[in-house]
Design a protein around this ligand. Structure first.
Ligand code: NDP
Length: 676
């Protein structure tokens, strides 16, 4: 492999390495594979370009526009994965390791695109929560909304996932409508650069939406303002240094940190040897120790097991570790490749020797292990190392020192509270898993340990093969953790998008709120017009457009007919005396479903037209009973619209059903799918 010059992408141009160049070495052969250096970059200009060009272009797009761009990008990258796998071998990663990184990153784009199109409006303003009535008559109301920050997101990524680490931060940032400057970790930057190059070449993102620094960030962090965000993954020491920068502190720059984490896995008290949970636990611990050679921020560092199962756990783990082939990741028989760099190797060995002062090494001798297909002296190879700590309550380092490699310590607990207290001694982690088939154990784990962990993962015979694994952060779920883990949160579905937006409380009249949010709110003006709204295509319906129907009277015969026809002969509809004895009813009343059915009969326009389907009802409330002889009349108001694709979109209708006195008897939101 010839030496790759890693380019930065600044102000829409590729910039070759400059200044003092650093040679980046293959983790497998120790040969220089790439060179990096960013001295010539104009960091202030990059931030300005993002704010001036990228931000406005992204903010012109709706959430859905941005989500469609992300989907197309995911498809584009998906077709080019092979080239990335090839480059990834030199980081020490096996093919399955690379799939976690590359396929995992692309998958995250797909999920964000799909969730954003389902959960966010096809709009540029996001409403957050319900309308708040702030005055007695309802003429002064409040609503929380969110809009994209008008700055730049600086993404500083870790070496262990050059692709996933980049894409999992880009997905929520771009959905939010914020441009990003990506700075990958140098050690594996040739993979990140290749993927970033594809992003640019796809032409799918607007100009200025993304830039890339191959090398150091220079004075970029000193140039940030209160509209900017730093999202960092790496060591606690670097995070603390960057968080402490005066611009970051003085301008209240948002700082999301994902850093060290001594993740625990607890074998439940019910999961004795021979149970499916025990088997699953052993498999998972082994997998987490060896996948990516233990260089996963979520890897299991502490193996917390019942005292009576300690020997069985150690025997089972050692048996698996002995079968783990270490070596050149291109070799298909190899299960565990190399660490990402020789510097990482030294760091892991140093941390392992610190752990060795408190725990006994029971497997893995770094001076004596077999490496297949590569020179152990040149590459960053280490064996998996299993420790066992006896004096748990006195031990400190096993709960505080993260050896970022295939290194884990077995700890034996007395009872469940002890196990959970041990898990919490990591002082904040990204994930803890509990292998149990007992819901009471799981509930106790959440009560005792939830506050210390960003994610709790419960595995047992029922989750089986469908479970995604202790170590897999999922785009739907929060990834981050308190304390030592950095105190940040990433992903978590649309929660992650909010990190790049400002929430603003808006207060005013219903018409003002409706105008801002482009959706009808209670108390806002409505208008009636011909034709019937069911005759109008998606694009022709405006929020506030209203249909008032004719009236119909509900008779006792209607109620009895509905009861016998549907089988719903509940006493409130059929037995006058029993109904009258009920504090809610004056006597026999109409079924709620009869009210809904009559409402549909009143507002429907039956001829074939743009309404394609009734998609469901939300927020249904029956507010007053309807007695035989009462009349019903319906108001149908377009509340909000959400495009699904080029052919149809969802229309949310605010529906009120009223009696002859004008009192509202039912309220709900009707969802229809309407053709464009
Ligand atoms: P670092 O904190 O050194 O690096 C993380 C990122 O920060 C890299 O992109 C790095 O760039 C960048 N960086 C370093 N210094 C600066 C600076 N002054 N200004 C701006 N950016 C900077 O961590 P490492 O990647 O070296 O890993 C060290 C340890 O961190 C691991 O051994 C592990 O314990 C922990 N770690 C934790 C992870 C987690 O997710 N929990 C993930 C990875 C690591 P560059 O590479 O160019 O120096």
């Amino acid at each position: 492999m010839s030496v790759i010059s890693l380019n930065s992408y600044s102000l829409g141009r590729w910039i070759p390495p400059s200044g003092e160049r650093q040679g980046l070495k293959s983790a497998v052969s120790g040969q220089v594979v790439a060179e990096i250096g960013s001295a010539a970059l104009d960091f202030a200009g990059m931030a300005d370009y993002a704010r001036r060009v990228g931000g406005p272009a992204l903010r012109k797009m709706t959430f859905h526009d941005r989500a469609f761009a992300l989907k197309a990008l995911a498809q584009y990258l998906n077709e080019r994965r092979e080239a990335l796998y090839e480059l990834s071998y030199e980081t020490g990663a096996t093919k399955p390791d690379s799939m976690i990184d590359i396929d995992g990153g692309i998958g995250t784009l797909f999920v964000y695109s799909s969730k954003a199109r389902r959960e966010l409006p096809d709009d540029r303003i996001l409403t957050d929560g319900a309308l708040e009535q702030l005055s007695r008559s309802g003429q002064f109301v409040g609503q929380h909304v969110a809009t994209p920050l008008q700055g730049v997101a600086v993404h500083i990524n870790a070496f262990n996932f050059p692709v996933w680490g980049m894409l999992e931060k880009l997905a929520p940032t771009l959905i939010a409508g914020v441009p990003a400057i990506v700075k990958p970790a140098s050690a594996t930057a040739w993979v990140a650069e290749a993927c970033f190059r594809m992003v640019v070449e796809s032409g799918l993102l607007p100009e200025g939406a993304v830039q890339f620094i191959a090398g150091s960030t220079g004075d970029l962090l000193d140039r940030l303002s209160g509209q900017d965000v730093v999202s960092f993954t790496g060591s606690a020491a670097t995070a603390a240094m960057l968080k402490g920068k005066s611009a970051v502190i003085e301008k209240s720059v948002r700082f999301i940190a994902e850093q060290d984490s001594l993740n625990a896995s607890v074998l439940g008290p019910d999961a004795a040897p021979g149970t499916p949970e025990f088997e699953a636990f052993i498999k998972e611990v082994h997998r987490e120790m060896t996948a990516k050679a233990g260089q996963k921020c979520t890897a299991i560092r502490r193996i917390i097991v019942p005292q009576e199962s300690r020997a069985a756990v150690i025997d089972a783990l050692v048996a698996r570790l002995e079968r783990t082939v270490i070596g050149n990741p291109r070799d298909e028989t190899v299960r565990m490749g190399a660490l990402a760099s020789l510097a990482q190797r030294s760091d892991v060995l140093e941390k392992a020797s610190i752990l060795g002062t408190e725990a006994k090494r029971i497997y893995g001798d770094p001076e004596n292990f077999r490496v297949e297909g590569a020179d152990a002296g040149e590459g960053a190879f280490v064996p998996p190392m299993l420790f066992s700590c006896e004096d748990l309550d006195a031990a400190q380092a096993v709960h505080a020192v993260e050896a970022f490699g295939p290194v884990s310590t077995v700890m034996a607990y007395r009872d469940l509270p002890h196990a959970l207290a041990l898990a919490n001694r990591g002082e904040g982690s990204l994930v803890a898993s509990v292998f149990t088939h007992d819901p009471a154990v799981a509930r106790q784990a959440v009560l005792d340990a939830g506050a210390f962990h960003g994610r709790l993962y419960f595995a047992n015979r029922d989750t089986g093969k469908e479970a995604t694994g202790h170590g897999s952060p999922l785009p739907h779920m929060v990834h981050g953790g308190p304390g030592r883990a950095g105190g940040g949160e990433e992903m978590g579905g649309m929660r992650g998008v909010m990190h790049y937006m400002q929430r603003t409380a808006i207060q005013g009249s219903p018409d003002i709120i409706a105008g801002i949010t482009q959706r009808y709110v209670a108390g806002a003006s409505t208008f009636e017009a011909e034709p019937h709204p069911f005759r109008l295509a998606f694009g022709e319906l405006a929020p506030g457009r209203t249909l008032w129907t004719a009236e119909r009277t509900v008779t006792l015969e209607d109620i009895e007919h509905f009861a016998t026809f549907t089988g719903d002969t509940f006493y409130a509809h059929m037995d006058e005396e029993a109904a009258a004895a009920n504090p809610f009813f004056p006597g026999r009343v109409a079924h709620g479903y009869l009210i809904l059915s009559f409402a549909a009969g009143l507002f429907v326009e039956p001829a074939p037209g743009p309404v394609l389907a009734n998609y469901g009802l939300d927020n249904l409330r029956f507010m007053k009973p309807v007695s035989p002889g009462d009349s019903l009349k319906v108001r149908l108001t377009v509340k909000q619209k959400s495009r699904r694709n080029d052919e149809y979109g969802e229309v949310r209708w605010d529906v009120g059903v009223y009696n002859g006195e004008g009192e509202q008897v039912a309220a709900y939101e009707l969802l229809t799918m309407n053709a464009m």
